[in-house]
Design a binder for this molecule. Structure first.
Ligand SMILES: O=C(O)CCC(=O)C(=O)O
Ligand SMILES: [Fe+2]
Length: 229
């Protein structure tokens, strides 16, 4: 990782996480939200506590048939990821090949989980529209099945327009999740990067763009002309 990135490294937690406020402008944020919201209805997959869109392909059975990532998801982001030195492949600066878009209404979240070996062990998340709090738990805890009863080991505040990167041991040995609540008590949870003057934060609708690199990618057979008429 580059020296620029090191400036944003979060300390006192397992290596490594980086937090970069205001990676995009308010107008870029508005544009990205409008593009997410204008995706065709079948693009959305609705789950119990969030809905999502897959771009670049839909991982299945440990593989993904590669589809192009649309320009609107690349234009304001890829150059910035590269400039601050975020590499999605060991030893070079390969770009992400998959973007998962998640939308959470206030009160929605995601159970503690690991992103797993399908991806290179790095995920870069841009937050849009509202803040959230990402909670981390050691993977040996039973937070995945009982998150309400388990206190996170630490939490990170994700402000709108920020970039959060998790990689290496943090990616591989911790679970992360978002509680299904409408208001975050900053005073008690004490996210490692939050200002001590903030007491509570009410959630609005948050869209997250999670940029990753799927390791095992197959080219689209249609694009190769296998099914030529
Ligand atoms: O919305 C987020 O910031 C977290 C999403 C996440 O953990 C995932 O999609 O695997
Ligand atoms: Fe995740």
């Amino acid at each position: 990782m580059s020296t620029t990135l090191d400036e944003y490294k979060l300390s006192d937690i397992p290596s490594a996480a980086y937090y970069i406020p205001n990676i995009i402008t308010e107008s870029e944020e508005e544009y990205l939200i409008s593009k997410v919201n204008s995706a065709p209805a079948p693009k959305w997959v609705t789950l119990k506590a969030r809905r999502l869109q897959n771009w670049g392909g839909t991982p299945y059975n440990g593989k993904m048939i590669q589809e192009p990532i649309p320009d609107w998801l690349k234009s304001s982001i890829f150059a910035k990821l590269q400039r601050i030195g975020i590499s999605f492949e060991e030893n070079d600066a390969s770009e992400p090949n998959h973007v998962l878009v998640n939308e959470y209404l206030p009160g929605q979240g995601i159970m503690p989980h690991q992103d797993g070996p399908l991806y290179q062990p790095i995920v870069a998340t841009v937050s849009l529209g509202s803040h959230s709090i990402l909670n981390f738990y050691p993977h040996t805890s039973n937070a995945a099945t009982n998150s309400d009863a388990i206190q996170p080991e630490f939490s990170v505040l994700l402000e709108p327009r920020s970039l959060f990167v998790q990689t290496d041991q943090l990616y591989k040995t911790y679970l992360h999740g978002i509680a299904e609540i409408t208001e975050d008590n900053i005073e008690t949870l004490k996210p490692i990067n939050a200002s001590p003057s903030v007491k509570t934060l009410s959630r609005g609708t948050r869209v997250s763009l999670t940029y990753r690199r799927v390791k095992n990618v197959v080219k689209n057979p249609l694009a190769k002309g296998i099914f030529k008429h």
